[in-house]
Design a binder for this molecule. Structure first.
Ligand code: KIV
Length: 272
């Protein structure tokens, strides 16, 4: 006997179509079934099981200590809470150290209920992305600020401010698109650079601190609920204050994203 989900699941294909027609979509992180169910019921199209759980759930300073077992566990929890939203699971630090390892890591996440995996990295990950997508696993490539590279970058800061930095991010974008990435996630880049990438690629682009041109927006759930202590980045907005409840906050965020009211210019980074 097969048990059917009576609710229509959001798909990568549908989000791609919606983005091409000028539509927008909202994404938030969740790490457990109860929160995932709230997002699922209140207008969130993508629930990201982010390795930010290393910071906000486990209390680490960075995402580097998060293991594949951690991600598998939290992906399974989130999958049990979602009936409609697309579930995106993060590949943790070095779970994609080589293409074969990336394939096996992604397979574990997909088996637990992920519908797409997010890989942090551009050009050096192109071979892994090509292998996964050839084997039927959708991939979102996370470029711009890559928190797993924080020690190399020397802190969490806006990327691509100078010509060389901009060219490196553009190179990353073309390489992952050529490798078959189904979505891009741009973190902490200027609105101008994000606009250039969004207008050049045919896949949906999700932004966090990347301005309003991105068709999708994502935030860490504890940030948008005002749980995480400051100082906060420019794109921070406490939706609990305006929503009045967790459900209200999620709905307010989804409405603000879909209508184009979030992020504003003040919540974005400019070239100058
Ligand atoms: O891990 C995460 O939550 C993320 C978002 C901040 C984009 O990658």
């Amino acid at each position: 006997m097969s048990v059917q989900n009576p609710i229509k699941r959001v798909t990568v294909r549908e989000l791609t179509e919606r983005s091409r027609q000028g539509g927008r979509f909202a994404c938030l992180t969740a790490y457990d079934a109860s929160m995932a169910a709230i997002l699922d019921d209140n207008g969130i199209d993508i629930v990201l099981v982010g390795d930010s759980l290393g910071n906000v759930v486990q209390g680490h300073e960075t995402t580097l200590p998060v293991t594949l077992d951690d991600m598998v566990y939290h992906t399974a929890c989130v999958a049990r809470g979602c009936r409609r939203a697309l579930i995106m699971a993060d590949m943790p630090f070095m779970a994609d150290a080589d293409p074969h390892m990336a394939l096996l890591s992604a397979a574990r996440l997909m088996r637990e209920g992920a519908h797409i995996v997010k890989i942090e990295g551009g050009k050096p990950l192109a071979e892994a992305i090509a292998l996964l997508t050839r084997r039927g696993i959708p991939v979102c490539a996370h470029i711009g600020l890559k928190p797993q590279s924080v020690h190399k970058i020397g802190g969490y800061r806006v990327q691509g401010r100078d010509r060389a930095g901009m060219d490196a991010i553009l190179d990353d974008a073309w390489a992952v698109i050529e490798a078959g990435a189904d979505m891009l996630l741009l973190e902490c880049v200027t609105s101008e650079l994000a606009e250039e990438i969004v207008s050049a690629v045919k896949v949906p682009v999700i932004g966090i601190g990347a301005g309003a041109a991105c068709q999708g927006q994502v935030l860490v759930i504890y940030d948008m609920l005002g749980v995480t202590p400051g100082p906060h980045p420019r794109f921070y907005r406490n939706f609990l204050e305006e929503g009045g409840s967790i459900q209200g906050a999620v709905k307010a965020y989804a409405d603000a994203v879909v209508s184009g009211r979030y992020p504003s210019r003040e919540q974005s980074y400019a070239d100058t």
